[in-house]
Design a protein around this ligand. Structure first.
Ligand code: GTP
Length: 182
């Protein structure tokens, strides 16, 4: 079977680790310096459940409550990774704003989505509990994962999960088989 092409947008507030997660996944390294992203696209080929995929990962510029979601992130994007940082209440709120905008713009009740709480290694600085993140994802029927790009914790899980969420949305996976990471 030929590879399935999947375009995935990684979105969230500034500095939550969107680039770090993407680079950790694609290149297997963590860069400690902070360089704000305008937009970068990465490609990765993977095989999951006997199917080859070519992933196009769009690492987007950091958004805030007032940013306009570009139309290009709605057209031709198959699934979304919405990232917040477990040490930032504002980033958790921004994920909710982006989610609402995506539904508005797509006109859909649900889009393939993984909610990600990054920077779990910052244990002392945590302000968003795992339960709160999971509850939010559940309310959207989305997959959920907590990650650390720095420690390479659960990073590939998010990309496996979004692929399965997209398959589910296309009716290729029985609802019950469950793609939520817990
Ligand atoms: N401790 C810790 N720091 C992280 C983690 N992920 C990213 N960072 C740091 O957080 C800062 C921002 O990371 P980026 O990956 O550039 O964040 P971004 O969301 O792409 O930022 P924008 O492009 O501005 O939207 C950098 O200094 C990273 O090194 C993590 O899992 N743990």
């Amino acid at each position: 079977m030929p590879p399935k092409q999947r375009k995935i947008a990684i979105m969230g507030f500034r500095s939550v680790g969107k680039s770090s997660l993407t680079i950790q996944y694609v290149e297997g390294q963590f860069v400690d310096s902070y360089d704000p992203t305008i937009e970068n696209t990465f490609t990765k080929n993977i095989r999951l459940r006997n199917q080859d995929y070519t992933l196009q990962l769009v690492d987007t510029a950091g958004q805030d409550e007032y940013s306009i979601v570009p139309q290009g992130y709605v057209m031709n994007v198959d699934g979304y990774v919405l990232v917040y940082s477990v040490n930032s209440q504002q980033s958790f709120e921004v994920v909710q704003v982006i989610h609402d905008k995506l539904l508005d713009m797509t006109g859909k009740a649900q889009v393939p989505l993984v909610v990600v709480g990054n920077k779990t290694d910052l244990r002392m600085e945590r302000v968003i509990s795992r339960e709160d993140g999971k509850k939010l994802a559940d309310s959207w029927k989305a997959a959920f994962s907590e990650t650390s790009a720095k420690e390479n914790q659960s990073v590939s899980d998010i990309f496996n999960a979004i692929i399965m969420e997209i398959e589910k949305a296309e009716g290729n996976v029985p609802e019950k088989s469950g793609c939520v990471i817990s």
